[in-house]
Design a protein around this ligand. Structure first.
Ligand code: DSN
Length: 436
């Protein structure tokens, strides 16, 4: 029996409280392996649910359009300073409501509608906002696609350079949602400089690996870096933008504009795209940045990577194909292009067994996005629960068993679901009871 985690809510709205308790029960007995998900820390949840929910303060610290902002100014400045210090950035904007608005603000600061932008299409492992056609970024700008080689699953930097030299995009996006390898920001920076393009890194998925020191920091190489704070950083559901202060191509692309890059970013976020900042969330982000600067968080980030590598090794040993043949980060992508079943078949079967992940396109996929040939699995949330290599060994075995019993799943899925619930009982969800 679970304790009532929301006693007040249970009185006010028992129907909704019951739904939240059901979600807790579900997450307490299954493996959260969607790589973009995690468990926010309790202190982050406290700040998110705090009195700051009620405050309006359009503008920026010391330049607001409302009164009564002495304290929220301090809070926003704290979040800004912590973000800058964590990543070594010259400028930070912590107001974006999430990752997509952060990216939208970056576009508005760097490129007029109709400009060419280089990015990875979603099926190649990019993000919707990197120029994909059904997103504002593909409608308002012209995507010049690049992506991993379908045979190797790896980016080919000579090919990226060739495309950039031919197309001369205004922006080059570097960042991914399902590329399992380290990104070479220095190489991207050389390419961007050669064609006088802005280089923008979207580090939403891997910010924790950067903080942990196991991935390079793109900040020194990029004009702008965008991120969310709710994935590996274990912060609130929000976005932030880091940038240089000055625009190295000001004379070329914005000769009439008096604002430097940092100010253009700020103006793009507010009043360009958003109204009042969510100060409760900004406060929670400040907490997450503080926590991310600790040795404990560095150890966490390193373990996330070790867990993903271990899972990859164990699956490779069992004969599974992985995009790029393995991983350097927090995720793996199983490649079922040569199998009769789809990524969706496997993702649904895994969910029945208690492994929650998502089906995903793989480079060179010939199946439709609604079914795909891939399955994406990540280790950030499991690592937050305290799981390590030994648990990855068990998970690889369960994945294998599910894949071998897709046609007669009932008994296998039922048994594994029970085994996973037993395992999860040893690793309670962090962040629910004042713990980490
Ligand atoms: N939806 C996120 C993901 O799952 O990768 C990206 O924003």
């Amino acid at each position: 029996m679970f304790a009532d985690r929301y006693p007040h809510l249970s009185k006010v709205d028992p129907e909704l409280a019951a739904m939240l308790h059901k979600q807790i029960r579900m997450e307490s007995a299954t493996l959260k392996m969607i790589p973009s998900e995690n468990f926010a820390q309790f202190a982050v949840l406290e700040a998110t649910g705090s009195i700051l929910t009620n405050k309006y303060c359009e503008g920026y610290p010391r330049a607001r359009y409302y009164e009564g902002n002495e304290i929220v100014d301090e809070i926003e400045l704290l979040a800004i300073e912590r973000a800058k210090s964590l990543f070594g950035a010259e400028h930070a904007n912590v107001q974006p409501y999430s990752g997509s608005p952060a990216n939208q603000a970056a576009y508005r600061a760097l490129a007029e509608h109709g400009c060419k932008v280089m990015g990875m299409p979603v099926p190649a492992g990019g993000h919707l906002t990197h120029g994909w056609r059904v997103n504002f970024s593909g409608m308002d700008y012209v995507q010049v696609p690049y992506g991993p080689d379908p045979a190797t699953g790896m980016l080919n930097y000579d090919q990226i350079r060739e495309i950039a030299r031919r197309e001369r995009p205004r922006i080059i996006w570097v960042g991914a949602t399902s590329y399992p390898r380290i990104l070479d920001y220095q190489r991207f920076a050389e390419i961007a400089a050669e064609v006088e393009a802005y280089l923008v890194a979207d580090i939403a998925h891997i910010n924790g690996l950067i903080v942990a020191g196991v991935h390079p920091n793109p900040v020194p190489y990029c004009d702008v870096v965008t991120s969310t704070s709710h994935k590996m950083l274990r912060g609130p559901r929000a976005g932030f933008i880091l940038s240089k202060i000055e625009d190295r191509y000001h004379h070329k692309y914005f000769p009439e504009n008096k604002l430097n890059l940092a100010k253009r970013i700020d103006r793009s976020v507010f009043p360009g795209l958003q109204g009042g900042p969510h100060m409760n969330v900004i406060a929670a982000m400040a907490v997450a940045f503080k926590e991310a600067a600790t040795e404990e968080f560095r150890a966490y980030g390193q373990q996330v990577q070790r867990n993903a590598r271990r899972l990859a090794e164990r699956l490779l040993e069992r004969g599974y194909r992985l995009v790029s043949g393995g991983t350097d980060n927090h995720l793996i992508v199983l490649d079922f292009r040569d199998r009769p079943f789809t990524g969706k078949d496997v993702a649904e079967a895994l969910a029945r067994a208690g492994i929650i992940c998502n089906f995903n396109m793989v480079p060179g996929d010939t199946r439709k996005p609604s079914v795909t040939s891939g399955v994406r699995l990540g280790t950030p949330a499991l690592t937050s629960m305290g799981m390590r290599e030994a648990e990855m060994d068990l998970i690889a075995q369960w994945i294998d068993e599910v894949c071998r019993h897709l046609d007669d799943l009932d008994e296998t899925a039922g048994r594994i679901r029970g085994e996973i619930a037993d395992l999860c009982a040893q690793f309670p969800i962090p962040g629910l009871r004042g713990d980490r």
